[in-house]
Write a protein that binds this ligand. Structure first.
Ligand SMILES: N[C@@H](CCC(=O)N[C@@H](CS)C(=O)NCC(=O)O)C(=O)O
Length: 542
């Protein structure tokens, strides 16, 4: 999918012809506000509408919290984290930890450290480093970590470059009731509790056994029974525990944090590559020989924790980030347990591809809840009231705040591939954007953002949710605007130019990363609204 998009050069047309096309389109766009039906809102107007619709303090204060390092909820965009603005102790001076983690939020070992810092509310600074498959690392990083691996942490001026060492030292140095008045949750059983300590040690071993079995099945294509046997043991441990977490009534511990990044990746990758389902929605949960009630209850409890929520990725991101890290994952095509066609349907749904069986796409409006039951693990964001509107606002905020860079990034889709290239299909840091599409892509993104906000601006009937039902006035205006814009791009620019705009919007859609760019409900909305705009241009094309 990405190969087709990224490798196309200049939308298939002659370079100077396309420049002439772009000039014609740009002329209409620059005169549009007063004279034609293509009156696209400016970014600052979109920003104002967004502000008027924001409801929670967390939303309204998102950017100021990022700057100050504050917020009840962390964000992958935080580069400094101080937690509570009302706590006088949490100033920059309190920072004793510098955390080097991967830029794309793909690395499971970084995720362990990230969850620990957030759960213990330890103030920290973040330095983002590329993974090898994603881009280059700065030379200075190799001084801290000669083999280039992440995570690394500098704690009280001492460098630690193994995730488990980092967890242990954080646990030792940041404790409940510190002399300076700060209070950091204990995540290990007390040394006096040897029973629980031994149990934790055994569970660390079990986690590595599960990891090896998963790697075997995922990358070599055999070893399912071995994996299932160990996963069953993990589920039994959780079912026997007197609470949802591994150490039962002790509550959240480093054992849970060791398991979390890998169980999260197992759920996504085994569903996609093997058609093997571990995670189920609570309403569908029945105890059968194939179900994992302990693991599902554990996930439910983990997903209630802001410290885990901020790090949580989606299936799409995982199934594209794991193969380049692991040197490939194998899809089981001849499998007695599930037909290849069923695996294909799952893959199409996760990728937002149009299904060969019924032509639908999971990345089209109206969105099906939990991706038609396939990805039921974002209940923490989707149970409350007007959740779809909140997700759209999140997407609009992220796009509108950084629109210039995002438009330029999207234009890589109609540009040329970079050299040298890197292993991850989602990454091409040296790609050259084709900026003749800049104004058209910018206009489409503005209409996409207006349309996402319009669903909340119903004048006629506040109970209507938008897509799937009758549209409100603003939605109808956005639909007409996108229709006019698409027709103008095709008539003034010609089909090759229009194709370049589609390639740019598609490139952006396919590279929305969770949690790096936004949370899954917001990412799903944005992917679907980008497809909405693409469809108008396609429909207007000959
Ligand atoms: N044992 C190390 C493993 C860390 C590790 O394998 N990190 C991977 C990323 S998940 C890495 O940095 N690989 C090199 C790269 O991708 O640049 C730890 O626990 O910290």
């Amino acid at each position: 999918m990405f190969g087709n998009v990224a490798s196309s050069l200049l939308g298939g047309g002659n370079k100077s012809d396309l420049k002439i096309s772009a000039d014609k389109v740009d002329t209409v766009l620059s005169s549009s506000s007063s004279t034609s039906s293509i009156s696209v809102s400016a970014w600052n107007e979109i920003g104002k509408t967004l502000e008027s619709l924001q409801t929670t303090d967390e939303e309204k204060e998102f950017r100021s919290n990022l700057k100050g390092g504050y917020g009840l909820e962390g964000s992958p965009l935080h580069t400094v984290r101080l937690y509570d603005a009302d706590q006088p102790k949490t100033t920059n001076d309190a920072i004793r930890v510098v955390f080097y983690r991967d830029h794309a939020s793909w690395c499971p070992y970084c995720q362990k450290v990230w969850i620990t810092l957030e759960a213990k509310k330890i103030p920290y600074k973040v330095v983002k480093i590329n993974m090898r498959c994603y881009g280059d690392k700065p030379a200075s990083f190799f001084k801290l970590q000669p083999n280039g691996a992440i995570p690394v942490a500098i704690i009280d001026d001492q460098v630690y470059n193994q995730s488990n060492d980092i967890l242990q030292i954080l646990e030792r140095k940041f404790t409940p009731e510190m002399p300076d008045g700060s209070n950091h949750m204990a995540l290990s059983p007390p040394p006096t509790n040897t029973i629980l300590q031994n149990q934790a040690q055994q569970l660390y071993q079990l986690e590595r056994e599960l990891f090896s079995a998963w790697m075997g099945w995922l990358t070599a294509g055999y070893g399912k029974q071995n994996f299932v046997d160990i996963l069953r043991t993990v589920d039994d441990v959780l079912q026997r525990a007197d609470g949802p977490f591994f150490l039962g009534s002790h509550g959240l511990s480093l054992v849970d944090i060791q398991f979390a990044p890998f169980l999260e990746r197992m759920v996504a990758s085994l569903l996609y590559f093997k058609g093997y389902k571990i995670r189920t929605a609570s309403k569908e949960r029945v105890t059968t020989a194939d179900s994992y009630p302990g693991i599902n209850a554990w996930f439910d409890a983990m997903e209630e924790l802001p410290a885990y929520q901020v790090t949580k990725s989606d299936y799409y991101t995982h199934v594209w980030d794991l193969p380049p890290q692991l040197g490939g994952c194998r899809t089981d095509t001849s499998n007695k347990d599930i037909a290849a066609s069923e695996i294909q349907i799952i893959q199409d749904k996760i990728n937002g591809e149009h299904s060969s069986s019924d032509g639908t796409s999971s990345w089209d409006l109206p969105l099906q809840p939990d991706n038609d039951g396939l990805e039921p693990d974002w209940t923490f964001l989707t149970v409350t009231g007007n959740d779809e509107a909140a997700a759209r606002r999140e997407a609009v905020e992220r796009i509108s705040f950084n629109h210039e860079a995002i438009v330029k990034f999207a234009c890589r889709g109609a540009g040329s591939k970079g050299f040298p290239n890197f292993g991850a299909p989602l990454s091409d840091p040296n790609a050259v954007p084709n900026e003749i599409y800049r104004n058209s892509v910018d206009a489409c993104l503005k209409v996409v953002c207006s349309a996402m906000l319009a669903s909340q601006q119903s004048k006629k009937d506040t109970t209507k949710k938008g897509e799937g039902g009758d549209d409100n006035d603003e939605q109808q205006q956005c639909t007409m605007l996108m229709d006019s814009l698409a027709k103008m791009i095709v008539t003034e620019g010609g089909p090759n130019f229009a194709n370049g705009v589609i390639e740019s919007l598609s490139y952006l859609r396919d590279r929305i990363g969770v949690p790096r760019d936004m949370r899954l409900p917001a990412a799903r909305q944005l992917r679907a609204y980008l497809n909405w705009s693409i469809r108008f241009i396609r429909d207007a094309s000959p």
